[in-house]
Design a protein around this ligand. Structure first.
Ligand SMILES: *[C@@H]1O[C@H](CO)[C@@H](O)[C@H](O)[C@H]1NC(C)=O
Ligand SMILES: *[C@@H]1O[C@H](CO)[C@@H](O)[C@H](O)[C@H]1NC(C)=O
Length: 139
């Protein structure tokens, strides 16, 4: 019983260590060619976390339902590289801002900015890929 409690606490700790997209907010208008700030927040780490890699990508899904599984493809990467969230002024957990350029070919309608983040968690260095996304509106 104690072991189970311990394990589920560990699980919760690992689970709460998630990447979150704070900006742009849902429904923001983004035009082809425009520069957009993507603000990615990562909750304060209770156990060790090693950030491996980050991909910020554009899914052109105007006129159809946006995909529900980013694991099946990221379409158009806008940024590939390191994720180094740090405490900055304000009350937010550690975060990092990225400036990405919206593809010129993006269709008019509802599209999705999606993020894939790979990391190692805990003393066992468990590899994880986390996804987050936001839908935006292209005029
Ligand atoms: C986008 O996020 C929603 C809400 O978390 C999720 O249900 C959906 O599967 C995600 N889509 C992709 C492509 O990751
Ligand atoms: C990061 O981006 C957010 C949203 O645009 C902004 O409010 C914040 O001031 C930015 N932080 C820094 C350090 O530029």
């Amino acid at each position: 019983m104690k072991l189970l409690l311990f394990l589920s606490t560990l699980f919760l700790a690992a689970f709460s260590q998630r990447i979150a997209l704070f900006s742009p907010p849902t429904g923001t208008e983004v035009s082809p060619g425009q520069d957009v700030t993507v603000q990615l927040v990562f909750g304060n780490s209770l156990t060790g976390v090693q950030h491996l890699n980050l991909v910020i990508s554009m899914l052109d899904c105007a006129g159809t339902a946006c995909p529900t599984d980013a694991g099946s493809g990221l379409e158009t990467p806008l940024f590939v590289g390191n994720f180094t969230p740090v405490f900055q002024s304000g009350n937010l957990p550690p975060y990092e801002n990225f400036t990405v350029t919206i593809p010129e070919t993006l269709s008019t309608g509802t599209n999705m900015i999606t993020v894939a983040h790979s990391l190692l968690v805990g003393v066992s260095e468990m590899p994880i890929v986390q996804y987050t996304n936001v839908t935006v509106s292209t005029p």
